[in-house]
Design a protein around this ligand. Sequence first.
Ligand SMILES: [Zn+2]
Length: 236
Amino acid sequence: MDHQNRAGSKFGGGGVASQSSTNADRRERLRKLALENIDLEKDPYIFKNHVGMFECRLCLTVHQNDGSYLAHTQGRKHQTNLARRAARELKEGKDKEGALPGMAQIQVRRNLVKIGRPGYKITKIRDPLTRQNGLLFQLQFPEITPGIKPRVRFMSAFEQKVDDPDKSYQYLLVAAEPYETCAFKLQAREVDRREGKFFEWFDEDSKEFWVQVLFKTEREERYSGVPGLAPSMGKR
Ligand SMILES: [Zn+2]
């Protein structure tokens, strides 16, 4: 692995003082992998300050180097802030363009099979950093039973009984009493289960439930066996 010339390597040096711990090695390997795949110049929130540190303008956090900034963008705090901001902007009626900061909004699709009752919206998304494609689901549960939070589960084509089994599809199920459980039919690509990639969030105020699904890129699937990267969900 020689990536001396890749953008950003010059910022690296300071932070990661390896005490030959495998954790540090692993982190550094992941960082290199991430930097190969991610274009920080397309990130609207990164800001390099006057002392050469990286700030997240969304979360108002400061990071030693590009790698720790990247790690931050994959974390729960950053992802929650992205979702909150998107929700706020939707509410303010900016849902034509730029409704999903940090996510390129490609088009709204309604051609996925719906089984069930709650109102919903599906947006095709792409992570501008990793270029992973995915879907953002927003379901409205205004009458949800107090104290209940919607629950999510994936189901293979062979577990479900509604359609004829077709192994090129899988299903995303959302349950929230007293609503009927509903299912969305998805292509059977491997879902990235890493924190921040797959996430669910229930807005208690608006009773809107958000689920983000990003599919692994082919490249990532190839790295699936590397320790520390997402475990394979492989069911076949
Ligand atoms: Zn952030």
